[in-house]
Structures are given as structure tokens and as C-alpha cells.
Design a protein around this ligand. Sequence first.
Ligand SMILES: [Zn+2]
Length: 620
Amino acid sequence: MSTQTLTNLKIAELLRDVAASYQLQDSQKFKFQIIAYERAADAVEHATSELKDLWDDGKLTDVPGIGPGIAEHLDELFRTGKSKHFEDLMKGIPKEAFKLMELPGIGIKTALRLIAQGDRPLVEEKLKEVYELEKKAKRHLLPYASMIAGEIMDYLVKNPKVKRVDPLGSLRRKASTVGDIDLAIVTDDGPGVLDYFTKYPKTQKIIEEGEHTASILVPGGVQIDLMVQPVESYGALLQHFTGSKHHNIALREFALKKGLSLSEYGIRKSQDPNSKLQTFKTEEEFYKHLSLDYIEPELREDTGEIEAAFRQAQGKPNGLPKLVELDNVKADLQIHSSFDIETSHDLGESSMEEIIGKGRDLGYEYLAFTEHNPSQKGHTDIQIIDILKRKREVVDKLNDRIRRGLLRETSDGHSEKVDQINYSIKNMSIKYNRIGSTPLRPFDFAQGYAGLKKVFNSLEIDIKPDGSLPVPEAGLETLDFALVSIHSSFGIEKDAQTKRVLTALAHPKVKIFAHPTGRKLNEREGAELNWPEIFDFCLENNKWIEINCDPMRLDLPDTLVREAVKLGVKLTLGTDAHHIDGMNNMIWGVSVARRGWAEKKNVINCSSLEGFKKELKRGD
Ligand SMILES: [Zn+2]
């Protein structure tokens, strides 16, 4: 393997193949190796710096999950293009088997069985599925794309000829996944700035360099396209390259009815090609010229925003929504602490105290501890109740300390490790804010912050295939409220799956349906559910639906958020953090809410603590 092509994606794949090879040899004996390699693969996949760069800087072991052992093999790999240890392990296993493993639900043993059966057409068909999946995976998760864009934007603004930089396209619309990264720049020196752009230190390849545009390739196989424009027509450029194809087509038709034609340079009369081109410095002016109010980028998908902007400009009802903002969020309603609840899923890594400190840093009024339920396999009902009672006591004591002002410290920040590799994306919002392109700002403490007032004792409970909950009644009674979610049997047929969810939601302690579709971006489609039925049930019984802010999930998806908002179903925002750094992911959930037209009033945890308590009581 050439070391040039050793992208994070490739390395993660390789580490998974190594784990699988261990599995094949002896899954008991190599239990720890298997876990270690899978953990390392996860970490590499989520790292926002290229591993090769970290290796260059001698910082390989800074990546959480990469210990000295694995680092040594990776070092050999980067130096020589191969690792003898990996090759020995994988010897004799057909390459196709590793490929097949990329399909959900196929482990190494199943893959080998498939090949051994000798049904070539079936194997070929499966390999084609892998290819399709890989093609889809070329789209980058929003935070990853934002990070790459943020880095190059930081570089670009250092050039004094660059007056302003903005993201374009799906990145500016904050779609859950982003293909190429498109950027726009205001400058009077187009050629000079384009040249500066191609000299970006991370450029691997210049794909194209023209008079107004240039494209480069950076590590991770990410393509960045840049357009330059003088300030007079910058508004038209932004407008032209931000909206989805459908938004732009609809806007063009809307303009044509007024006898106007649109382009990235401005607007002119469509009947008369020689008419003077009207230019626009800002998008606001551009939309205004069409008798429309300004439309936020997240809404530009042609799902009614043009009509709404028109109504609004005329002072009629049913105008554009006043979209929810990060500052409006008063709580995080899904957090996993390290309290040992003896779950069969993953425990959090930060203590409850650390989480409270972090919640304070973020300006929250309250938050909820939502560890996974204790495993039913490993415990009797009595034991489960005991654990939950213990947690209740701990949370009560914490609330007591908060009330008496004894828990004042904020979080002591974050480990240096995490800082260096930008494993989390915590600085993204600040970066964007500084460039002044997008109003993604961190909490504004100037508004008078009274501090974190309360933590709620909650739990994320598995929904069993029959819809029942794996926690006895006396255990549920210890909770302030519960989240339920699907972690298994995603393939159940739609009606039965819907019934399963509604059965679980019906319990009076259950308030939130968490990561409702169960999808994982680029990895797994969600469960099939009858959404109108679920929304109806939520409305009638005051149940809420989560927008999970984990960048891999962003679930409820934006299109379904839109449906929920239309019907008046209440939403919650939860980061699903398993470490305090994960609590920074709130911003991505807010972008999903905005794409779904959600306002402050649609999101439960935009309520003050008092408002939230009232909502909890409603329907009791
Ligand atoms: Zn979960």
C-alpha cells in the first residue's frame, strides 16, 4: 500500500480487518485485542486530523484508543507501506471476505461462509452492495466537513486581499452529510487569491485553476472548490450557490413570472437580454428585489420557503419561522455519565460532577443523566431496582449540593489529548463566528446567567422486541422521567415496529423517544415506522421526540422534524454524550431542528426549568 493513500478511512478499515482476523483465530483468547483494535478503528474514523499528519508530528498515541502496541504497527505501516504483524494475521483470508464485512450484519465468519458456499452471483451481488455503500460514504459528516472548511477558512482570511469568506451549498445549509466543500470569497484580486488558495499547505493536488474558480484536493479525499467575486455582486453569488437545486429552480420560476431572470452575477429583465444587470452586495437585497423576505440557508430546499417568504414580505400570516438557535437551548436531555449502572451497553467516561461543570460552561439551567438501563441478563429484578435506587440517592445528593451552592466549579476543561487532535469539534462554532459567516455562536454569558439549577434522574431504556421495558416497575418509579430507544431488531416489519414503539411510549414514566429511527449515517438505514401514527400518539399523550445530536446519528432526520413541527409534536435535543466533550455536539442537533423549521417553542428543552417541570407534569 502506498503511504499516500493511507487515509483515516483506509486505516480504520484495516484495523477492523485485524480485529476480524483475531476473531477468526480465537475470539476468547484474543478478546482484548479484538476490543482494542475495534476501539482504535472507531477513534481513527472519528478523528478530524489525518492520522498520517499526527504520525509525522510524533503524536500517534495522542489519539484516544491508540495504545503503544497498535502505534508501533502503524508506525511501521507509515514508514514502509505495510505491517508484517497485520499481514501475518490476515494471511490466507480472502480479501473479498474483508470487503463483505463492510455490509451491516456481516461478520467475518458469515463472510467466509458466503464465499465457501460457492454461490458466485450472490457474492458478486453483495460486493456490489459494498461498492454502493462506499460510494455513499464519500459524503462527509457535517462536523467533519465543517472542520475541514474551518481550517482552510482560517488560512484564507490571513490573506489581506480576502475581505470575506463563506461556505456554500450543503455545508452552508447544514445538511447532515456534505459532498464537496464549496467556498466563496469577496476580493478585488481574484487571480491572486486563487493562487494563494492553491498554495494551502494541505493541498495534495490542484484539480483546476481558472479565472474565477479553483479546486484542490486535501487529505481524506475531500475536494474544496473556491469561487471569487467582487463585493458588488457577492450577494448574488452566495444566493446562487447556497440553495439546493430544487430551491433554485423554484426561485427561477418565481422570478420568471415577474419577468426577471437570475444568475450568479445578479438579476435582469428576462425579456430584454441587453437590459442592465442589477447587482446585489447581500442576499437580503437579492431576495428583496424579488419581493421576498430573507430566507435562512437551512430552509432553501423548496419545501414551501419561497411561498412563506412571499407571505411574510406582504405582512400576511404563515410567514417564515423564527428558527431556534443554540443560545435558546437551556438543557441537554441525553447524557451518559460514568455512574456504574452495570449496563450491557457503553458507560459514559465523565463523572456526574464533571458533567454538571460542563453544563455550566455551556450555560444550561438543567440537564438529565440518561445512562443505559442495567443489563437484564446480568441481574435479577431486585438487583436492578437496587442499582436504580442507588443512582437516585446519588442524584438527590447532587441536587442538594447544587441547591446549597456547594457544587460551583465549572469543568476543568478537557484532556489535552482531545485538544490536540480535534477529536471533538468543539471549536467549530467559535471559528465560524470569528469569520462572521454563520450565526453559530457559543453561549453568550453576558445575558446574565443564574447557573445550573437542577439535574434530572433519567434513564435510556431499551425497547424490547415486544415493546416491553427491561426495568421493573419499582425501578421506573425511581426516575424523574425516562427515554426509550431501539438498540436491536431494527428489521421488524413496519406495523409491528410501530406497535413496539407505542407500547413502550405508553408507560407514564416514559417521555422521550430517543434517536427514533436508529439510523447511522453512511452505515445503517433506520427502522421502518409509521410516523403519522407515532406523531398522533405523541400529540395525544404529551410524549416528545428526540433530535439526537450525535454527528453519526442526527436522528430524527430533518425531513421528519419538519412533519413533527407542522403537527405541533414537541421535540427534545440530546447530545447522547458519553464524555463531556460530546456535549459540544448540541450545535449539530440545532442545525437539524432549523432545517426542520423548528422554532424555540417546538423544542422542550428551550423552556426554562420551571417551564420544563410543567411540561413533565402535563398528562400525568
Ligand atoms: Zn441509545
